[in-house]
Design a protein around this ligand. Structure first.
Ligand code: GYE
Length: 307
């Protein structure tokens, strides 16, 4: 890739593009696939990647970004753990003259010029798809229908928007009631723990579980089985992501539906960096197209699944 201002020639060294990427953590299989995709795509390109994992700490993301400024990277990309609190650090980056690409989750800032583009999924639509699935699945089941919700990380875009989309759709049925809703940080361990507490409080009045990601759903399945109920039968389960493990549970009938959220954003990120360096104007929002899995489509998909 040619860097603007540098002529190619036998005696001219091409300066590699330096990309600093602040990954928010390694809390889920989605995240691990996302990290791998970004590392692989960078390796295949002429971009050198500086990678930092913040282990779900916004403070550590700030430290990573500051270290990228010090190292004078060409571009900074951030997958932000939560939406709020980014304005001051993004101003520091702007002052240093480094462009920012937000990936996966969004930041809430009053000045939209603080980042160039946001690459990621439509989480609100994912929540709506989950809600529609539940409406369809229970269309002929008389209420009351008790629902519990495992939310992701508090204050994170996917958790806020998936919850909003889901709640809006299910209000169509006045005999649907959300009995419990709590954050479980997108992890297997907390998913299991929080589901156990839901079961202790609500027992067999729980007919539906909406989990904001697969890892929490897998944890919840263990809690449900330990409680003596059948996941996918006594409790309808709908989850988001589409990891291999979740698709396997879908095929076993222990999860009823999985809304897809694609973690393979590496190619999109590298393309965006290259286009930006080439001086092209990027759209403010780059959305990744996604679908929803049922038992039938899961069987088809699982053979080629990379995560
Ligand atoms: O759904 C979840 C992960 O931000 C879209 O974060 C991502 C979410 C994903 O922990 O599994």
């Amino acid at each position: 890739k040619q860097v603007p201002g540098l002529k190619t020639g036998t005696n001219i060294q091409k300066r590699p593009i330096l990309l600093g990427f602040s990954q928010l953590g390694s809390e889920s299989d989605w995240r691990k696939a996302n990290t791998l995709s970004i590392k692989e795509s960078a390796e295949e390109s002429e971009i050198s990647l500086l990678f930092e994992n913040a282990e779900q700490s916004q403070e550590r993301q700030f430290e990573a970004v500051r270290s990228f400024i010090k190292q004078k990277v060409d571009v900074i990309s951030i997958a932000p753990v939560v939406e709020k609190g980014w304005e001051p650090i993004l101003k520091e980056v702007k002052q240093a003259g480094i462009p920012v690409i937000i990936i996966d989750r969004l930041v809430e800032v009053s000045d939209p010029s603080l980042y160039v583009t946001f690459i990621g999924s439509d989480f609100y639509e994912e929540g709506r798809k989950a809600g529609k699935y539940v409406l369809d699945k229970l269309a002929n089941t008389p209420g009351p229908i008790g629902i519990v919700e495992l939310k992701g990380t508090e204050g994170s875009t996917p958790s806020i928007a998936r919850g909003k989309g889901f709640h809006e759709v299910i209000t169509k049925r006045t005999d649907f009631a959300v009995l419990e809703s709590a954050n479980a940080d997108f992890t297997f361990t907390q998913g299991k723990e929080v589901m156990r507490s839901f079961l202790q409080a609500r027992g067999t009045s729980i007919r539906v579980l909406f989990s904001h990601n697969d890892d929490m759903a897998l944890g919840a399945i263990e809690a449900i089985e330990e409680y003596g109920l059948r996941p996918g039968k006594d409790i309808v389960i709908v989850s988001v992501d589409g990891t291999r493990k979740a698709l396997e549970k879908l095929m076993e009938g222990k999860i009823n539906s999985v809304v897809e959220c694609n973690p393979l954003l590496g190619p999109n990120l590298i393309q965006a960096v290259n286009e930006m360096i080439d001086g092209r104007t990027l759209p403010k929002r780059i959305v990744t197209p996604e679908s929803i899995f049922t038992e039938v489509t899961a069987a088809r998909e699982i053979g080629t699944r990379r995560y």
